[in-house]
Structures are given as C-alpha cells and as structure tokens.
Ligand binder design. Structure first.
Ligand code: ZN
Length: 465
C-alpha cells in the first residue's frame, strides 16, 4: 500500500547524512531521527576537471541576485536590465560583470545565488547556453577556477534526471517507479560532494542530470504523480539501487558489495525479459587486465567458475597462470574485465578452458582435421607431397568456437600457428543486479502493475510514503 504524506520541507540534511553514515556503517535501521525531505538540492555542473574560468548566464526577464540559506533562496538585488551576466573569479572574489565587462558585483560570495527574475513563475536560466530551472551558485575551487552549481528544487532536479535513467517513451508506471528510486538516491546521497561545495554531481557518478533539455511530459508527470514519495525500510528512507536487467534473479547486496540490507534481498525475477550477451576474451587480455588490477599471474593457463551464489551468479572466478593463481570475487569479476564487456555475473562458459587444449582446425575442400596448437601442420596432397596451405583456408578454434581465420590466425610461411587461448562467455542480464531491474519494471508496467507494485516486488518489506 502507498501511504501518501505531505512532508515538512524544513532542512534535514545533516540528519540525513548522519543517518546515511550509520546505515553504511552498521546497516542498521533502528534510527530514531525524524527524516525530512530537503526542498532544494545543489547540483555540480562544472567542477574539478570541468571547472570554468568564466561562466555565461542568460535570462530573458533579467535576474535576481540573493543568498541561499538553510531556509532557501532570498532575493536581495533585482537586476531587471540585464539579460546576460558573466561570472568569474578575480582575486579570490566571485565577480559578476555584464556582457561588456562592466562590474555588477565585486563579490557575490559563496552563498550568493543568481536566479532568473521570473523563477517563481517557472522562468529558467541558461548556464553556458544550457537551460536549467532554479538558479546558479558559484564557488572558487582550489585552482582559482569557477565551480558552477545549479541550485534547484528537488522535484525539478528529478525532472532533469528520470529520462536519462529510463527513456521517457516507457510506460508511466515504470517511469514513476524510476522517479521514486531517483528521489531516494538523491535523499540518501546529499552532501556526497560537500568537499566540492555541492550535494550531487550531474554525471553517472551520482545520477545523470540534463536540466530542461532532459525534460519530457511523461517523465515530469512521473515526478509530479509521485511528488515527495520515498522508499522507507524500518522507519528510514533508504539507499536504493537499480540496474538494467537482472538476468532472471536479482542479487542480494552482500553478494555484490558488502553488508546485507533488509530491503535489498535477491528475488526470482520472471519480469525481466531475456537479455542474452556474449563476450570474447583472449588469455592475453585476461592477463593484461589482471596485471592492470595489480595481479601479475604470468601467462594465463585456465579459468574456472569456482562458486556461484544462491541467485545463480558467478561469485568466484579462479584464474590460473604461469606465475600464480588469482581468485576474483563478487563485482570484481566485472570491474576487472570491464562492466560493459562482462555485462552481468549470470554467465557461463560451459567448462574450464585450458590453454593447452587449444586446437587448430584445418578445413580444406571439406576435409577437416585438428591438431594441438604449437605443432607445425602439414596437409598431404593426393600426390603424397606435403602441400603449403593457403592462409585463407585456416582458422583457429578453441574446440567450441572459431577464434580467428586467415591472416588473423597468425599463420606464418611454413603454416606454423601460434596463438593463445580465447574464452567465450555467454550471459544473461546487464548490471550489478541489486534492487530494481529497469527492464523488469517496464515489463511489469506493460503487464498492468502500478509503480508501487513494481517497487514492492524489487525491494523487500518497504513502505512507500
Ligand atoms: Zn557525483
């Protein structure tokens, strides 16, 4: 059941941060703090490597200069005559000038905020020619550059997030489920970037935020129809996770990262549509990736799935090399080789691949033969004479699948073939598997489930209010 509640929108960020820390440290949920959803968030747009030397602001109706406090924005200086302002850092001050370089403010301060004059009636501001709701806060970073921050209401921030996490063309109930998880993510990660002077960044590090350009009627409606709603577990709003496709069973969080959490328990997932994938890795690549991750095991000789978890995902992968053995556990299996290559841990390669089991297959006019790799290979012709083989007639196989053919098979003049092993991995699903499967949510919405049904299916024992 969804229990709707109007939130007291007073600031509760420190409590949230503290609660989040406690949750992270102890995984406990018996916290006695009253939680209040913040009204605004500050979102880093240009910071660190993307910090600016100057920032162009545009507003058709002019600007309102003011300050941001715990209570929100309060305007102090209307600037109706200007439609363009330029922010810069000059001698450790945050300076505003007009388009012609005329000084407007010699220091707006780090709590200073530039709003479009018509912000209360939905007016927007262009920051570096991209349109945003809310206003702008500048900070000077340690390299004397401008950190540019969008100060925006939490709900309007979500308008700019949902489509970038789940396409706006999907059914409304799935978008609503996404909107609630995005709100929970924001609530659980406020002050994540407090060292940089803002709450959340606009990249995949947090949630991708595109401002007005990412808004659609459907996703804005999904935010509006779930306004203020959060996922709660044991009396606290909780950190929630989602992924593209579970591959048939979602993962308990302790099987992916660290501590168990009562709302993040793997469930059998008949809703996620079939999402098959295949990845091909050479033993050389495997050795190289392991070396990059700090494990030099020499030449790879074999790899083996040594353990699966209750959800069926690979939890231990053991790689034997000429200089040692490395066992990868949990998400390391994906992160070491690349999470876009090893799309999920719901995979198999059928058997243990041994480098020495590599065979060379020759296929000449219907004649097929196999030999162990490394041997020199000859084909006897009808005349009894050993005949040189055409490179294009050769391919290299690991006994299950073709690896390379022709020139790519490293065939030298006397047809000696040298290659290393290759493993083909076949899997299902995409992502870490924790929490909501987005493909599953979309399928459930198509099948007539409401957003709260979807969330209650993927998150265990939660309340939505
Ligand atoms: Zn971030």
């Amino acid at each position: 059941m969804v229990v709707k509640k109007i939130f007291n929108l007073a600031l509760g960020r420190r409590l949230i941060l503290f609660s989040t820390l406690l949750l992270l440290l102890f995984g406990t949920t018996s916290l006695a703090f009253a939680f209040t959803l913040p009204q605004h968030v500050s979102v880093g747009l240009y910071f660190s490597g993307t910090a600016l030397t100057s920032c162009r602001l545009e507003s058709k109706e002019g600007f309102l200069l003011g300050n941001v406090t715990d209570e929100g924005f309060s305007g102090t200086l209307p600037l109706p005559a200007y439609t363009v302002l330029i922010g810069t850092v000059e001698h450790d001050s945050l300076v505003l000038r007009d388009e012609d370089g005329v000084l407007i403010s010699s220091d707006i301060g780090s709590r200073g905020c530039v709003m479009p004059a018509d912000y209360e009636t939905g007016g927007t501001i262009k920051i570096q020619e991209k349109e945003y709701r809310g206003g702008v806060i500048f900070k000077e970073n340690s390299s004397d550059m401008l950190t540019v921050i969008n100060y925006v209401s939490l709900e309007e921030y979500l308008y700019g997030v949902v489509h970038l996490e789940m396409s706006q063309s999907n059914p409304l109930e799935a978008l609503k489920a996404q909107a609630v998880t995005a709100r929970n993510f924001a609530a659980a990660n406020l002050e994540k970037h407090s060292d940089l002077g803002f709450d959340l960044c606009n990249t995949t590090n947090c949630q991708v935020y595109g401002g007005c350009a990412a808004e659609y009627d459907s996703t804005n409606k999904a935010v509006d129809e779930t306004a203020g709603l959060l996922i709660w577990s044991n009396k606290e709003p909780v950190a929630v996770y989602y992924h593209k496709n579970s591959g048939g069973h979602t993962q308990s969080i302790e099987d992916v990262w660290s501590y168990p959490q009562p709302h993040l328990i793997g469930v059998d997932d008949p809703h996620s549509p079939n999402y098959p994938w295949t990845a091909t890795l050479t033993f050389d690549t495997i050795a190289q990736k392991l070396s990059q991750a700090g494990s030099d095991i020499g030449e790879v000789e074999s790899l083996q799935i040594t353990e699966r978890n209750a959800a069926g995902a690979v939890s231990k992968l053991t790689i034997k090399g000429s200089k040692g053995t490395k066992m990868l556990e949990k998400e390391k299996i994906r992160t070491v080789f690349g999470t876009t290559l090893i799309r999920s841990r719901m995979f198999d390669f059928g058997s243990t691949y041994q480098g020495t089991a590599l065979t060379v297959s020759l296929n000449l006019k219907g004649l097929t033969t196999q030999k162990a790799a490394g041997d020199t290979i000859y084909v006897m012709g009808a005349s009894g004479k050993a005949t040189a083989l055409s490179k294009s007639s050769l391919y290299v196989s690991n006994g299950i699948t073709k690896i390379a053919s022709g020139e790519q098979a490293n065939v030298n003049a006397d047809t000696e073939i040298e290659t290393s092993g290759t493993v083909v991995i076949s899997g299902l699903g995409y992502g870490h598997g924790v929490g909501m499967s987005q493909d599953g949510a979309i399928q459930m919405a198509k099948d007539g489930f409401a957003f709260d049904d979807i969330l209650e299916f993927y998150f265990t024992d939660i309340e939505i209010r």
